[in-house]
Design a protein around this ligand. Structure first.
Ligand SMILES: Nc1ncnc2c1ncn2[C@@H]1O[C@H](COP(=O)(O)OP(=O)(O)OP(=O)(O)O)[C@@H](O)[C@H]1O
Length: 216
């Protein structure tokens, strides 16, 4: 399971290329930290890989997941998990139902599904939280639920956009170690976009998006 970016670059509607073509292979369990100045296209790169790039953006190059070119595949077909800064959860569903919504259909039967959710909550150090309203969670708890929700869908790759930036520094370090541990244990390739030097230091590898070479 690897995620390959083969000469990938992007241009916003009516604009020029945002960054020089990116060529990188992210192996199973590897975490690539993508850095670069504000506005260079880091979040847009995540959107391209996830399949939700806004209309009008122009993409070049290929994104391959486990050898398959993702071009033209809708987001729900891509088996790519997302962890975002806001860690959005459905507000009208309990924590347990938020997790159930994402749980892979491969887990069959009511008892097995309930057990998988309880296990995920244990792993997130949130045992007994299944009935909680998401509005009652702290930022760190919300992120842990959000990570578990992404993992329960059995993603083939995980994308993280500034996932830790809203947390206080001690919690940030703890949650970073928690996330990286899960990715390595499950051999999931991951790409994290971040401004934080600590995120870069703890990732397996780093790459900085650079402005494209001037043409002509
Ligand atoms: N929907 C859109 N339509 C047109 N241009 C857009 C759209 N979304 C983003 N852009 C432009 O595309 C460029 C890249 O934006 P993007 O958010 O990917 O950058 P970024 O590197 O993630 O920035 P930051 O670090 O500030 O979050 C910016 O110049 C931005 O203004």
């Amino acid at each position: 399971m690897s995620l390959i970016l083969d000469h990938v670059t992007l241009a916003p509607p009516g604009g020029a290329r945002l960054f020089a073509p990116l060529d990188v292979t992210i192996a199973p369990g590897e975490v690539l930290c993508v850095t670069g100045p504000s506005g260079i296209g880091k979040s847009s790169l995540i959107a391209l890989i996830g399949g939700f790039l806004p209309c009008g953006f122009r993409a070049e190059g290929r994104v391959l997941l486990n050898g398959v070119d993702l071009a033209g595949q809708p987001p729900e077909a891509r088996r790519i998990g997302l962890l975002l800064q806001e860690a959005p959860l459905f507000p009208h569903l309990s924590v347990g139902d938020n997790l159930a919504f994402a749980l892979s259909p491969r887990v069959k039967g009511r008892a097995a599904r309930r057990a998988a959710i309880e296990e995920a909550l244990e792993q997130a150090a949130l045992p007994g939280f299944a009935g909680r309203d998401p509005a009652t969670l702290s930022g760190g708890q919300r992120l842990r639920v959000s990570l578990m929700r992404a993992l329960l869908a059995e993603p083939a790759a995980l994308l993280l956009d500034e996932p830790f930036s809203r947390l206080d520094p001690p919690l940030r370090a703890e949650f970073r170690a928690f996330v990286l541990g899960h990715l390595v244990a499950r051999a999931i390739p991951a790409l994290i976009v971040s401004h934080d030097a600590e995120d870069a230091a703890t990732a397996t590898r780093c790459c900085a998006l650079a402005p494209p070479a001037p043409s002509g």
